[in-house]
Design a protein around this ligand. Structure first.
Ligand code: KG4
Ligand code: ZN
Length: 335
């Protein structure tokens, strides 16, 4: 079964074509991130306008990969939430029109669930085993979910304030680094020399010892902002601050995910969302999980950030179809 998946929840326009939930035929991603750089965060109005401009060219480009091949698109999938309403509308309305004019089934996918399914994309890769704990860490979300089989989710907890990716973006901004901040912080942290790795700032690790599965990153962010405000020479300390901030976020994410995995006796841990592209998170989670005999899954970097292939993969496992005359964008969609 070949599904065309559309992703327009935020500042990326993604169109993926995926066979049987795993084999990528096409995965086209256009991003307006550079247009938001000078604001240090996304401007929803600008993001929505860019979505309108690039959605049709992105679909056409993806369809080029199908031309001359012996298969056709069997269904249309779209992320109908959560996200920015202006951006979401473009993808949802486009998908509805395609489903009606091509007379194909339409499948509506939760964007957060799709981040988890990025781990099912790719040929000849091992698949996560159920039950599993999924950690979704993106610019807008930090959630821990217990998934007992395809389509059976139990939300365990999430952030009470800033999402992990949002904290990366804000700290990058006070350090004078670019947007999106995650990759910039990671790059700055990697500049540190081995003799400079000892902790000097002792940034807090909020809620790390609490038994619940909630997170809070705004206090950590404020702590970094305050320390930077007290410094006379910030530029000489950027790598060190980035390194210690990243360690604090990763410590909390790993500790809480591992605790959830232990409590629910799962077989795998699956991580998804833009922050899953972080190597420190991947290394630390993998080491901690394997020590407990768990299998740990991170998508390749291009599938960690928003893309259409993950939408098509999630749709393959969801199967339930939506009425193209009734489907609407839902900015606040949850599990
Ligand atoms: O999933 P995503 O592309 O969009 C949302 O659904 O929000 O996630 C974007 C977030 C941004 O906050 C970005 O700074 C963060 O993912 N991110 C990273 C890395 N790459 C992207 N955070 C930490 N380390 C990275 N390498
Ligand atoms: Zn996302």
């Amino acid at each position: 079964m070949i599904i065309l998946g559309i992703e327009t929840t935020c500042d990326e326009t993604g169109v993926g074509i995926v066979r049987d939930g795993s084999e990528i035929v096409a995965n086209v991603v256009a991003s307006s991130a550079s247009m938001h750089e000078k604001f240090g965060g996304i401007v929803p109005e600008v993001a929505a306008r860019e979505q309108i401009k690039v959605i049709i060219p992105a679909i056409e480009e993806a369809l080029h990969f199908v031309q001359g091949k012996h298969f056709k698109i069997d269904a249309i999938a779209v992320a109908n939430g959560p996200g920015l309403i202006g951006s979401l509308l473009i993808g949802v309305e486009t998908a509805k029109v395609l489903a009606i004019t091509w007379n194909k089934p339409l499948i509506a996918v939760n964007h957060l669930v799709a981040h988890v399914y990025a781990n099912w994309v790719g040929e000849n890769v091992k698949r996560p085993e159920f039950p599993l704990i999924a950690l979704v860490v993106s610019g807008g979300h930090t959630d821990l979910i217990l998934i007992s089989s395809h389509n059976r989710y139990q939300w365990l907890g999430g952030t009470l304030d800033d999402a992990a990716g949002e904290a990366f973006d804000k700290v990058a901004r006070v350090l004078g680094l670019g947007y999106p901040g995650g990759p910039e912080i990671e790059r700055a942290a990697q500049q540190l020399t081995p003799d400079n790795l000892q902790s000097t700032f002792d940034f807090p690790r909020p809620m790390i010892n609490e038994k619940n599965f909630d997170f809070s990153f705004s206090g950590l962010k404020t702590s970094v902002v305050n320390r930077v405000g007290q410094m006379s020479n910030v530029s000489g300390q950027v790598s060190k601050i980035a390194y210690e901030f990243q360690n604090a976020v990763v410590d909390v994410l790993v500790r809480k995910t591992i605790r959830a995995a232990g409590k629910y006796s799962v077989k795998s841990i699956v991580v998804g969302g833009g922050v899953a592209a972080n190597s420190q998170l991947k290394n630390q989670m993998t080491a901690a999980g394997e020590e407990l005999g768990l299998r740990i899954f991170f998508p390749p970097k291009n599938l960690s950030v928003d893309n259409g292939a993950m939408i098509a993969s999630a749709a393959f496992y969801k199967k339930k179809t939506a009425d193209p005359l009734k489907l609407s964008a839902n900015a606040g969609l949850y599990f």
